[in-house]
Design a protein around this ligand. Structure first.
Ligand code: GLC
Length: 750
């Protein structure tokens, strides 16, 4: 059925327009868009607003025989209208790097892309320049592989630590999220290619994502869930915004006129294009009426719906033309419109070094008793934890990257000159091979792909083996891995360590401590995990997150001391899952998207809590805002991260000039090794009505500061950044505002 309709639609188009430029038809330029719109037929207009459909298996899209193998593996294309000189443009994922097919039929060349650290690792660097630099490198690959729009960054708030896509987002805080997104967008767009800030908005769970209704107050939306989009839109001007799958208070975001026309465009001044998420929404006429300009990847149902809605008058001329205009305004900015001769040869070597150094800066040092790290005189290491041998470089879903290689942690440590306990290594690698074979069999040989990633289950190591290692090795490393991704939320049980993992960390620490040898735990994770029950056992704990293809080298750079870790937590590590604000209002017990439990789509919108709808009952008190309001003790707070050196903050100044408040603070390296530090500016506002005890308003990261040296960091905020949402506008209450630079890691607050 689909094919026939598609053919009829396109046959109609081809009949009307014929192929190739017609001599009297205006040819699109940046200066004649209105003229081109006026010359377009209805078929051409609707065709432009509906993508060509899911690209075929090999990236080819056969529409009436026309193959469209522009960039195999890209996520979507718009239709070309040759009669008017309108080319297709290519939209491709994703936040951790460009995702296209690495190999093509009848083509000996390869098209690998660089896998950079995932979003949460970038945010953990708290380094705007570094994030911009990452964006710039990814944008270069977008351009050199012939794509036009990168479907990134993802920046939804980590409302709950179990959301499957948190790994590709940034933080629980809207300022860290928004400023990270802005830096990323600026970097990518430096290449004159576009981005798609996503997913606008309140896509904070994967369970039943296309039908779930996010129920939220205006205040929580404006101060938290829209805020990071507002910061990024105003500061970085993304070429496009991608609406989210979910409903917001009962209306699909991609069909929500107030969200798109009033908030995004009028309040924030966004003048770019709005596109749906893939197959997002359920009524393309409502998308057009709401100002969601482009339907991706595009279906003939959407084409027919828009056509018939226009003919019936439901969609007006003005509404249709407004979307067509936005689409043409986007197309004329794209490299493909400008005829850019892309090389298919981006500098992957350079990008790999950038990926490695960025991964290093995202590593958070949570514990380092008695300077256990770096391992400078330890040579032979006992490497425990099966993830050490199956290192996780990135997450599942459209945010996956087809990289040429990934460096696992053992390779990284080898590269850094360390030796391993080979007997222990054999135990793990033997078992790993077995698990991989079983997994392949279970997944009918499906190799890792964007939909599936093999994650090994940890195994018990008997005490005699651990004792042998403690006797013969110099130190121990234990890696715990946690994977997550699109299409499913994390299951509550894997927030906690498994019994196997608990036994491992206990036994190894006891055995090595008895020999006065150090143990470091490496958390190769997608987000927060339980730490408080075991963090007293090892000498050190580091969190490399999923650091991209060079992740293993980055961990080794930090363990060896080649790089002094300077990351800070972009989200709180709670003691227990049920301490999370709104913990019960999340599908933590539903094996996500388990339709067998609830059927494909619940007709009654309000039937099943946290599946059909989710109440954001914690309102604005998300993340640290909630833990601090509830005086909940946490294991590691938002913004926490240690260093191999120590810093002192001094001379905090805040001066207001007009609507801008300029803040400066001096950081001195009071330790023995060079390092970087983050100045996190928090503001505590008057508490009537109740507000969070403090809120992050800006941050800056220092350069590498040598021992004894200082650096003064400056940042500014606008008076309006102090506002709270009051019914239908932002207000800045009169009263006393406390500005503080805090480093909770060392309990300093200026
Ligand atoms: C996916 C994701 C979105 C991605 C798009 C194209 O479903 O939600 O982030 O960019 O579709 O793959």
């Amino acid at each position: 059925m689909k094919k026939i309709i598609m053919i009829s639609m396109s046959a109609a188009y081809l009949a009307v327009s014929g192929c190739g430029a017609q001599k009297d038809a205006p040819q699109l330029t940046p200066n004649n868009i209105d003229e081109v719109v006026a010359a377009m037929t209805l078929e051409e207009k609707v065709l432009l607003l509906v993508g060509i459909g899911m690209p075929g298996e090999n990236g080819t899209q056969t529409v009436v025989g026309e193959t469209n193998a522009l960039v195999p593996g890209a996520a979507g294309l718009t239709h070309a209208i040759p009669r008017l000189g309108i080319p297709s443009i290519v939209l491709a994922d994703g936040p951790a790097g460009l995702r296209i097919k690495p190999k093509r039929e009848n083509d000996t060349a390869t098209y690998y892309c660089t896998a950079f650290p995932v979003g949460v690792c970038l945010a953990a660097s708290w380094n705007k320049k570094l994030i911009e630099n990452t964006g710039e490198s990814i944008g270069n690959e977008v351009k050199e592989y012939g794509c036009d729009i990168l479907l990134a960054p993802g920046s939804n708030i980590h409302r709950n630590i179990l959301c499957g896509r948190n790994y590709e987002y940034f933080s629980e805080d809207p300022v860290l999220s928004g400023m990270s997104a802005a830096a990323y967008i600026k970097g990518v767009q430096k290449n004159d290619v576009g981005t798609s800030l996503k997913h606008f908005a309140l896509n904070n769970q994967e369970t039943n994502r296309s039908y779930s209704n996010s129920k939220v107050s205006d205040r929580a939306a404006r101060e938290i869930y829209y805020r990071q989009f507002e910061i990024a839109v105003k500061d970085a001007k993304p070429w496009t915004v991608m609406t989210s799958y979910n409903y917001i208070n009962g209306v699909y975001s991609s069909q929500d006129q107030n969200l798109i026309q009033n908030i995004l465009r009028k309040d924030w001044g966004f003048d770019g294009l709005v596109m749906t998420d893939w197959f997002g929404g359920d009524d393309a006429a409502q998308n057009i009426i709401a100002g969601n300009d482009l339907m991706m990847p595009g279906t003939d149902k959407q084409y027919n719906r828009i056509t018939e809605a226009y003919k019936s008058g439901l969609v007006t001329d003005a509404q249709l033309n407004a979307c067509v205009k936005k689409t043409l305004q986007l197309i004329v900015k794209c490299p493909r419109f400008k005829g850019y001769k892309y090389s298919n040869k981006p500098d992957l070597k350079l990008h790999a070094t950038i990926s490695r150094s960025n991964a290093c800066e995202g590593i958070v040092l949570l514990k380092n008793n008695n300077d256990a790290l770096p391992f400078t005189n330890q040579k032979q290491i006992a490497v425990f934890g099966i993830t050490s041998y199956n290192f996780l470089s990135g997450g599942i879903g459209s945010g996956d990257v087809n990289e040429a290689y990934t460096v696992d942690m053992c390779t990284g440590l080898t590269n850094a000159g360390y030796k391993f306990d080979s007997h222990l290594q054999d135990i793990y690698t033997e078992n790993l091979k077995l698990q991989q074979e079983q997994s392949r069999a279970a997944h009918t040989g499906k190799a890792d792909s964007m939909f599936f990633k093999f994650v090994a289950q940890d195994i018990n190591i008997d005490n005699s083996e651990i004792q042998r290692c403690a006797n013969s090795d110099d130190a121990a490393v234990i890696t715990f891995g946690r994977m997550s991704g699109e299409f499913a939320d994390r299951n509550i049980k894997e927030f906690y360590l498994s019994d196997t993992e608990k036994n491992l960390v206990k036994s190894v620490c006891e055995a090595f401590k008895a020999k006065n040898k150090k143990v470091v735990v490496v958390l190769n994770v997608c987000g927060a995990v339980e730490t408080s029950s075991w963090k007293d056992m090892p000498d050190a704990i580091i969190v490399p997150w999923m650091g991209g293809q060079e992740g293993g080298n980055a961990v080794a750079d930090v363990i060896s001391g080649k790089v002094n870790p300077s990351g800070k937590l972009p989200m709180t590590f709670p003691v227990d899952y049920f301490d999370v604000p709104g913990a019960k209002n999340f599908p933590y017990d539903i094996v996500a998207n388990d339709k067998s439990k609830f059927g494909d789509k619940c007709v009654n919108r309000d039937s099943i809590e946290n599946y059909d709808f989710t109440n954001y009952t914690e309102d604005i008190f998300v993340g640290y805002r909630g833990y601090e309001k509830n005086n909940t003790k946490v294991s590691y707070p938002f913004g926490y991260g240690l260093s191999y050196t120590t810093f002192a903050f001094s001379d905090l100044k805040a001066e207001k000039s007009g609507d801008v408040i300029n803040v400066s603070v001096t950081i001195k390296n009071t330790g023995k090794v060079a390092g970087k530090e983050v100045a996190q500016l928090f503001v505590s506002a008057p508490q009537n009505p109740e507000r969070p005890k403090r809120e992050l308003k800006n941050f800056e990261k220092s350069d590498l500061i040598n021992p004894g040296q200082s650096q003064t960091l400056s940042m500014s905020i606008n008076v309006n950044d102090l506002a709270r949402w009051d019914v239908n506008s932002f207000v800045v209450d009169k009263g006393k505002y406390k500005f503080s630079i805090a480093d909770l890691s060392v309990d300093v607050e200026l």
